[in-house]
Write a protein that binds this ligand. Structure first.
Ligand SMILES: Nc1ncnc2c1ncn2[C@@H]1O[C@H](COP(=O)(O)OP(=O)(O)OP(=O)(O)O)[C@@H](O)[C@H]1O
Ligand code: SF4
Ligand SMILES: [Mg+2]
Length: 336
């Protein structure tokens, strides 16, 4: 659908490049509902996703992962930064200019029941997006395409007249994937898309996502708590902590040689072969600070086992090394 941006794509440009993205939510109080503070849900983050690649976004609950996904399409409005899709900054577009990009980027959420209208037959739910984006010349063509999509996600096309409640949890997530694919996206944001499913069903959905990526060249921004899933699916990983990305790098590097003490803490909680212990943060002691009032200096310093005096008063910059980056003074090459 992004043929609209003629001439702009650059062969070296990643599909998605996010620069300095900031999405804060105002906290209002009093009769006048004056702004008394801000929840700094996403606070100046940078990342890229290449075509056909999977970037996993991980971090504890409330660190801003969902807000990142929603900010891309301005379902929540960022206050600063750029979201370059194919070289076009989506933040500068009018709502009307943004419409074609709503098919390029699709979001699949954790709870398929909440994102499927219970009164709509599967055929109509999947064809709805096609109709709005002018895909398929007529109803018959769209129905044919719905059948092909159901087959693509390994559901029986004969079920297209059924309602969502007639499907199991895993099947409903397949329906959501089919609906996303119907509008020919190039990037799918999977926001905890497999988290609510049983482990065996989860594995099937992950395999499906992987096959689809190979066949269609899709890129994924894969938001999850489950580091086992990250290792299986992601090419690169970005670790978020209280609105910031504290470490990024290729998956193997992150798992084998994590630089940031927060990433080290997350990973120490998971022997990756043990699905029962794949939860996040078991070994990061203490509570997550509020994004409305993040600690001064390094945001991780109250919980960091390696913190030293400077960490409480100065905010570390992001240090780059090879293909990775880390926001920790200990990663400063000049510090030796
Ligand atoms: N619409 C909103 N208005 C006000 N605050 C919000 C809004 N959406 C999110 N927040 C706050 O922003 C912060 C980040 O929330 P977000 O949902 O992005 O985190 P998350 O990493 O996806 O968490 P989880 O892992 O639990 O899904 C939280 O403190 C949350 O309460
Ligand atoms: S900057 Fe200091 S507190 Fe922050 S992660 Fe590094 S060592 Fe820990
Ligand atoms: Mg979330």
């Amino acid at each position: 659908m992004s043929a609209a941006i003629e001439g702009s794509p650059n062969a070296c440009e990643p599909l998605l490049r996010v620069e300095g993205l900031r999405t804060w939510f105002p906290i209002r109080a009093g009769i006048l509902q004056r702004t008394v503070g801000n929840v700094r849900a996403v606070d100046n983050i940078d990342f890229e996703v290449a075509a056909g690649e999977t970037l996993a976004l991980v971090g504890e609950s409330g660190c801003g992962k969902t807000t990142v996904g929603r900010s891309l399409l301005r379902l929540v409005e960022p206050q600063a930064g750029r979201v370059l899709f194919d070289g076009v900054d989506l933040c500068t577009l009018s709502k009307r200019e943004l419409i074609p990009y709503r098919s390029d980027i699709q979001i699949v959420f954790q709870d398929p029941m909440a994102s499927l209208d219970p009164r709509m037959r599967v055929r109509d739910a999947i064809a709805e997006g096609m109709r709005s984006f002018g895909i398929g010349a007529n109803a018959a063509e769209r129905t044919e395409r719905v059948a092909a999509l159901l087959e693509r996600v390994q559901l029986d096309p004969a079920w297209m007249s059924r309602y969502p409640h007639e499907f199991s949890g895993g099947q409903r997530q397949r329906l959501c994937i089919a609906r996303a694919l119907a509008v020919e996206p190039r990037l799918i944001v999977c926001d905890e898309a497999t988290s609510a499913l049983d482990v065996s069903i989860q594995a099937q959905i992950l395999n499906l996502l992987r096959d689809l990526q190979q066949d269609l060249g899709l890129a994924y921004l894969f938001i999850t708590h489950d580091l086992g899933v990250v290792r299986y699916l992601a090419d690169r990983v970005a670790v978020m902590y209280v609105g910031e990305i504290v470490e990024q790098g290729p998956t193997e590097q992150i798992f084998e040689r994590p630089s940031h003490p927060y990433t080290q803490g997350l990973l120490s909680a998971i022997p990756s072969t043990d699905p029962g212990r794949r939860g996040i943060s078991a070994r990061v002691i203490g509570d997550v600070p509020s994004p409305a009032n993040p600690p001064d200096g390094c945001r991780f310093h109250p919980r960091c086992p390696q913190a030293f005096e400077r960490c409480g008063r100065e905010r570390p910059p992001t240090y780059f090394a090879g293909e990775g980056s880390s926001r920790c003074f200990l990663s400063d090459p000049a510090a030796g």
